[in-house]
Design a protein around this ligand. Structure first.
Ligand code: C5P
Length: 297
């Protein structure tokens, strides 16, 4: 069984006050983009994982691997002992703010559901996904969706067209937990009350009408200041996007990947080339969204 799963960028990431359980309530507008991991599940007596591809040396293959945890959680839900050898072909940056680990978990859920002949509906997979991580449910459905709660309670959003993006990949990842912690620290130091997160109506309209210019103006990420504090070298990368005509530039999720919205596919290719040629990014990848979530191929 082979499943293809997309990366995501957050076009709005509004972070509410710190909750008692250590999480934050969010208004998190996810958008799935055409950078994919592939998860293959083969029959086996036990659950194992092997990681191939670009970033394979950065992914743990022990029990902390999110795809292994996903397969185990699915077997537990089904109430039986099942095995699967999982092979992940990685293209999504690791700890890059693009939900690469979540994509692999979603891929493992869909692949093992099929391999083991469980036939569980998407609703059941979504529930298991939410327990694995805040972004895993979105990796299952893809498209564009607003996540509330920890980000796991999703409503799909209609989009009026395809958006073209460039992603500047950074050397080394950022831990999501440390970026949220830095966000809390900055907020505490500023001493201002943290408002309850609200969905941006202008952003909704831009997504609905497919207006890339309006979407570019309305991109927002409450984690950006924290990610920039932890990685000051990202600031000139973001600035370079504007110099090369990006309609918007933002840190993707908890970073350190930077996302640039382009006018069209040609502009995205040119922008990617300019960012690498000028040294603003060492690697830049053009992609489009929205794309569908985890699918059997
Ligand atoms: O849910 P997930 O395991 O992906 O979250 C990783 C970390 O990110 C959490 O341990 C928490 O520190 C932070 N987080 C948060 N609020 C959210 C989602 C994640 O504080 N809504």
């Amino acid at each position: 069984m082979t499943v293809r799963v997309p990366a995501k960028v957050n076009v709005q990431l509004s972070v509410g006050p710190l909750r008692e359980d250590g999480y934050h309530d969010l208004v998190n507008v996810f958008h799935a983009v055409s950078i994919f991991d592939e998860v293959v599940a083969k029959e086996s007596d036990s659950i194992t994982v092997q990681v191939d591809g670009k970033w394979s040396d950065q992914v743990p293959v022990d029990d902390s691997n999110l795809a292994i945890r996903a397969a185990r959680a699915l077997a537990k839900h089904a109430g039986r002992t099942y095995g699967a050898d999982l092979v992940i072909q990685k293209d999504i940056p690791v700890a890059g703010g693009m939900a690469g680990g979540s994509a692999d978990a979603a891929g493992a859920l869909v692949a093992c559901n099929e391999l083991w002949g469980l036939g569980l509906p998407i609703e059941d997979l979504m529930e298991i996904a939410g327990d694995l991580g805040s972004d895993v449910p979105f990796s299952l459905i893809g498209g564009t969706a607003v996540g509330t709660g920890r980000g796991e309670q999703l409503s799909e959003l209609p989009t009026g067209g395809t958006f073209h993006w460039v992603f500047a990949l950074a050397n080394g990842g950022l831990s999501t937990a440390s970026v949220y912690a830095e966000c809390d620290r900055l907020r505490q130091a500023a001493g201002a009350e943290v408002p309850w997160p609200q969905l941006n109506d202008s952003l909704m309209e831009a997504l609905g009408t497919g207006d890339a210019y309006a979407l570019g103006r309305n991109l927002s990420n409450d984690l950006q200041a924290a990610a920039l504090n932890l990685r000051p070298e990202l600031a000139p990368t973001l600035d370079a996007g504007g110099q090369h005509g990006a309609l918007g530039a933002i840190v993707s999720g908890s970073g350190p990947t930077c996302a640039f919205l382009a006018i069209d596919a040609t502009h995205a290719r040119d922008l990617a080339q300019s960012l690498t040629a000028t040294g603003a990014a060492h690697t830049a990848v053009a992609a489009h969204g929205p794309v569908q979530g985890a699918v059997l191929v």
